[in-house]
Design a binder for this molecule. Structure first.
Ligand code: MEV
Length: 304
């Protein structure tokens, strides 16, 4: 018997990096998924394969399998197959999605039901183990779906009833190392805590303000633009990302910013009236655009 689980990618709308220091963030699941299929092997080994080029995700899959076996107190040999509808290591949450899908697929194969909050917790543990530091943002969004307000200090998340948010993602085709980018911000903060802490705090205030705007169905573009400037000041921007951000705004997006760790990866634009024109503008700058919708459903079993 084979079991397939899937989990969505994500965009961080507000608060990346600052969330590592306890500030709130807002992230949404997107309508592109990672699929993990598992089947028993009789020789006790765990083998991972993929039809896409997503070897970057293998350490997460391996660690997720180990943690799931430990959590359940049971282990077995497995063939694990991974497929993705979005580029890995691009800032769209592939690590969390692959970790959470692996936990869900293995526990289901072994006939064990794991509560959602524990699936998210195990996914977060995997990310921390593999990359050294990680907030609960990505693992929560990919597990629960929808748009979430993340309160890292309390380790809780709150669903935001925001309806669909018209977004365009622009991928640079380059991967940034989340670990190195998070370390870079830490170094900057250690060098000048007074100034960097005030930037981090301002990013958190923007997330709080944006929550209210989203709940009223208002325009979050202006707050995204300020958040982008602050991320630039933390040193996680790149020339390419900024080019796409400016091109998106020029094509009519009401706001655009880096999304995720930066240093390559992706930007996201809020484009209520002209997603196609914004996608074209990003493409003309050399980026790979995706028009994305918010995905309400988080991790799920596809077949059993
Ligand atoms: C990465 O998607 C977001 C960061 O804030 C790191 C984290 O929250 O773990 C950069």
């Amino acid at each position: 018997m084979s079991v397939t689980a899937s989990a969505p990618g994500k965009v961080i709308l507000f608060g990346e990096h600052a969330v590592v220091y306890g500030e709130p963030a807002i992230a949404g699941a997107i309508d592109r998924r990672i699929y993990v299929s598992v089947e028993r092997r009789s020789d006790g080994e765990v083998r991972i394969s993929s039809s896409d080029e997503i070897e970057d995700g293998y350490p997460y899959v391996k660690r997720a399998a180990e943690l799931t076996f430990d959590y359940l107190g049971e282990r077995c040999g497995l063939d694990i197959k991974v497929e993705s509808e979005f580029p890995p290591a691009s800032g769209l949450g592939s690590s969390a999605a692959v970790s959470v899908s692996t936990v869900l697929a293995i526990s289901t194969l072994l006939g064990r039901e794991v509560e959602r909050k524990d699936v998210a917790r195990l996914g977060h543990m995997v990310e921390k183990k593999v990359q050294g530091a990680a907030s609960i943002t990505d693992s929560s969004v990919t597990t629960f779906g929808g748009v979430l307000f993340i309160k890292p200090k309390l380790e809780v998340v709150e669903a935001i009833d925001a309806g669909n948010i018209p977004l365009v993602v622009g991928y640079t085709g380059k991967t940034g190392s989340t670990k190195e980018l998070v370390e870079g911000v830490r170094t900057l903060r250690e060098a000048d805590p007074e100034i960097v802490d005030s930037i981090i705090h301002s990013i958190g205030r923007i997330a709080v303000r944006a929550k209210g705007v989203l709940e009223r169905g208002g325009d979050i573009g202006g707050l995204m633009n300020i958040n982008h400037g602050l991320l630039e000041s933390l040193g996680v921007g790149t020339e390419e990302l900024s080019r796409y951000v400016y091109a998106a705004r020029k094509a009519g997006a009401s706001g655009a910013k880096i999304t995720g760790a930066g240093g390559g990866g992706c930007m996201v634009a809020y484009a209520p009236e002209n997603q196609r024109a914004v996608a074209k503008a990003i493409e003309d700058e050399g980026g790979l655009p995706f028009i994305v919708s918010i995905e309400k459903e988080g991790a799920r079993i596809e077949t059993g």
